[in-house]
Ligand binder design. Structure first.
Ligand code: ADP
Ligand code: MG
Length: 345
């Protein structure tokens, strides 16, 4: 089912949680809302879920008006499933009872018991919980708990799935494997997914399209590649691609860096950043050398990360992040120069 969030705003007293948000999501699309804490992500999901009304604007599912300032289709009449950050499981219910719970609603009363039973088995199977059906939440790991929440969200085959930071309570390795499971669920159900996260790598890895949110507004929307390779604002550049923003003067497609006499080619840089006198350079686009014609800098921090070393280097009073291969090792306080890998004159 398609979803349209049309010029939606939400005020809490004088506090503006969402401002004029417009998002159109195609049927079956996986859209990530990506932004830092407090930018309005949960508020947006609560509005789509029908837990609150917008102060302004409209929300449609297909052609059905779900929300407006004076209309709110109740949660149980919206064809959607929700997964929360906190799992939200009931301590006194087993895995099977959690999966069964949505089927107890009146609207499913007509489905016979044997059909419900096989639907529960299928759903538990699809999230890998068949063997744990009789366990209680306190007998499950974090990943298993989140799978219970997923089973409960998908059992009624909703056409829209809302997920609010579903992986943030899991450890790093589990996060990566649960990403694959969520992608599998997307493929299996064909549901439209609105997925909220503050983790840029999660959004880049899973989304068909990313909406970067900041201070209640959509800052940039695009495919993961568009957002990563062509950020249009300083925030999008630094939050998603971890870009360093060099300052200088643009002359058409040539950029003159302010602290050195260096000139970079920048045909691909977005005009919005050019207007601000900024040149975004990702940490992997710099190369560190001991000498040469580059931006002079000093190593201030190093972190060994296995495949590469992450350096913080200081140049003219600002810190620049550089990812370098492990074979190139530099010491703290060593003076170096930064070269941009391509496009330097
Ligand atoms: P996120 O999920 O991106 O961290 P939220 O949507 O939870 O952000 O919050 C967005 C803003 O709205 C925050 O400034 C938050 O304090 C405010 N806010 C959220 N819910 C309420 C509420 N019920 N009453 C007042 N302010 C709220
Ligand atoms: Mg939140």
């Amino acid at each position: 089912m398609s979803l349209k969030i049309s010029n939606v705003s939400k005020m809490y007293g004088a506090n503006i949680a969402l401002s004029n948000v417009f998002i159109e999501i195609k049927d079956g699309e996986f859209v990530c809302i990506l932004g830092p804490s407090g930018c309005g992500k949960t508020t947006l999901l609560r509005l789509v879920g029908g837990f609150e009304r917008p102060s302004q604007g409209l929300i449609y599912s297909g052609d059905t008006l779900y929300s407006s300032p004076d209309r709110c289709v109740p949660v149980e009449r919206r064809n959607l499933g929700m997964v929360f950050q906190s799992f939200a499981l009931w301590p006194n219910m087993t895995v099977r009872q959690h999966a069964e719970f949505p089927l107890l609603q009146k609207k499913y009363a007509g489905i016979d018991a044997s059909k419900k039973k096989s639907l529960i088995s299928q759903t538990l199977e699809s999230v890998g919980l068949s063997a744990l059906a009789n366990r209680y939440p306190d007998e499950l790991s974090g990943g298993q708990k989140q799978r219970v929440a997923l089973a409960r969200a998908i059992i009624t085959k909703p056409q829209i799935l809302l997920m609010d930071e579903p992986l943030s309570a899991l450890d790093a390795e589990l996060k990566i494997s649960m990403r694959k499971e969520i992608q599998d669920i997307h493929r299996m159900t064909g549901a439209t997914i609105l997925y909220v996260t503050h983790d840029q790598s999660e959004a880049l890895a899973m989304a068909d399209r990313i909406m970067i949110m900041r201070n209640g507004e959509v800052e940039q929307a695009g495919t993961p590649e568009e957002i990563y390779l062509h950020p249009r604002t300083p925030f999008a550049a630094s939050f998603v691609g971890k870009y360093n923003l060099l300052r200088g003067i643009w002359d058409h497609d040539l950029f003159y860096e302010e602290s050195s006499n260096l000139c970079f080619q920048g045909q691909m840089i977005e005009p919005e950043l050019k207007k601000m006198g900024l040149f975004p350079v990702r940490p992997d686009e710099f190369q560190i050398q001991k000498h040469g014609n580059g931006i002079p800098a000093k190593i201030k921090n190093r972190q060994y990360c296995g495949r590469e070393i992450h350096y913080s280097v200081e140049s003219s009073g600002r810190l620049i992040t550089v990812y370098a291969p492990v074979r190139e090792s530099y010491k703290l306080n060593e003076s170096i120069v930064l070269i941009k890998k391509d496009g330097m004159n």
